[in-house]
Structure formats: C-alpha cells, structure tokens
Design a protein around this ligand. Sequence first.
Ligand SMILES: C[S@@+](CC[C@H](N)C(=O)[O-])C[C@H]1O[C@@H](n2cnc3c(N)ncnc32)[C@H](O)[C@@H]1O
Length: 305
Amino acid sequence: MSETNKFVNQIIHGDCVEILKQIPDGTVDMCFADPPFNLKKKYGNWKDEKNTEEYIEWCERWLDEMVRVLKPSGTLFVHNIPKWLPYYAVHLNKKGMIFRHWIAWEAMSVPLGKTLLPSHYGILYYTKSRKGFKFYDLRRPHERCRKCGEFAKDYGGKKYMRHPFGTLLGDVWTDIHRIRHAKRRDNHPCQLPEPLLERLILMSTDEGDIVLDPFIGAGTTALSAKRLKRNFIGIDNDRKYVEITLRKLKEIKPFSNNGYVYSCNGNSHNKNNNPWKNHTVRDDELKEKAKNEKPEKQKKLIEIL
Ligand SMILES: C[S@@+](CC[C@H](N)C(=O)[O-])C[C@H]1O[C@@H](n2cnc3c(N)ncnc32)[C@H](O)[C@@H]1O
C-alpha cells in the first residue's frame, strides 16, 4: 500500500500505461477511464486516429493495468462511444471481470451521414468480484417542469406514494447534461460534467477510498473525488491538462456544495429550491439523516424510506 501512497492525491504527467505499471496490484477501489475515442479529435499530444486493431490493442493494455490495480472489492467504469465498448466488454469478460451494466448516458451528438442520430454514450460497469463489491443505491430527484416547478409525472394519481427524495436510479441517465457553455468549460475538447463522476463515485465507493483515472483531462474525476472526500490518482500525458487540473484542485473544498450533489436538507419538495440542479443522493445516507430528524418528521420519513 505504501508504494501506492506516493501516487495518491497526485496528478501525474505521463503515459498512463507506464504510470499504471508502477502502481501495486490490488490497491485501488475504483477506476474510471474516458480515453480518446479515436475520432480524430485534437488533443495536445495524442494522435487520435489509429486503425481499429491498433486502437483496441492499446486500449487492452490500459484496461489490463486497471484490472490489475483494482482491489478484489473494486469497480471499473469505462466511458466511450458505443462503437468501441463491445471490444472492451469481450476483453474484460475474458479477464474474469464481472459485467454489471451498460449505462446509457443520453447526450445528443451530430448525425454522421447514413446513421441513426447518435444520442447516448455508454459507460461499461464491471466489478472485480461477484460478491463483496461496493454498491450503493442512489436516488435522483423526481422530474419537474422547468417552468412551473410541478412534478412532470402524476404517478398514476398516487402522488402520495412518491418517495420524498426521488426515484431509484436506473441504467439510462437522461438528467445529466454535457457542458455546453464555454464559460463553464476549460480549454479541453471533451470535458465531462462533474455530476456524472459524482454519481459513479457515490455509487461505488466510501469516503477515504482511492479513485483512479488514467485519462484525467481537465480533472473531472479528481475534482469530484476530492469534493466527496475520496482520494484520487489522475494521469494525463498532456502537461497543459495536468496544470488545469492542479489549479482547479487547489480551489475546491471537500463537500463544498456546488449545487450538484443532492442535499437532503435542501428539501426536494420545494419548487423554489431548483431541485433539478441536484442530481444524486445515497439511499443509506438518507436513512441515516432521517434518524436525526425531529420525532414527527422522523416517523414520517422512516415510514416512507
Ligand atoms: C477524453 S479525454 C478525458 C477527459 C476527461 N474525462 C475530462 O472530463 O476532462 C482523454 C484524455 O486522455 C489524455 N491521453 C491521451 N493519451 C494518453 C495516454 N497515453 N496517457 C495518458 N493520458 C492520455 C488526453 O490528453 C486527454 O486529456
């Protein structure tokens, strides 16, 4: 473990395969990878234009390293366009990893000639073991009308049955949007939104766990991990992105509310609270909070939870 400690809470400049090789076996709780998609994007140092064989062969190298560094209780997430994920899945299945889900993250893209309109990215979700892996039920606020704040669905006339803190999360995610505004993004061509990473981290780790991202880019995974009091290891082979990430890391504080992580005290029923800005909450934490409520509220909450 001490060998791993020197990488913990560091953003390392270098090639991910080379750096990963230096991290001891079985010491990381969660790995998330968002590699270049081989779509001729312009990254600083990376030629994002390999033939399929070359690209997959390269992907298998870092996938193997991620599997190796994961603890037996660990979780692996890989984000990519649907074109590449079946190759990853076949490889991970052969390595004995346990398939959990293909999460479809709805995000519109541009039509590419004679194709359906691509409207989701995939996140493969694997665990290293069949049992004993970490998984926490998550909830997200009920959908509401953006204009009037009222609930979007009438729940078959049984509104009173609605869970006070939202619906359990499924494997199709439509409520997290790509970063569209230039002022909210850094100088990186494919920065992911923090709520996406916060959700994956809350689902699969505890405070103090180690989250590793070999393609840290503008730092999304490290920032989310720090905010949620997890440790992180980030790698990128472009110094510019390492610097962006380090600068932002200095500014954020653990658990500072950025309006993304859903707060149970934020009162999900109050339409003036802009509840759709909040995304995710952990069921077990809610139950714990409910225990500390005043007796009348507590009784009501526990009945429903
Ligand atoms: C799709 S982007 C990741 C974006 C990131 N998820 C974010 O939210 O900002 C891929 C990143 O991988 C980096 N990269 C490409 N090849 C790499 C390699 N061999 N080792 C480490 N990083 C690499 C690129 O510089 C780029 O920042």
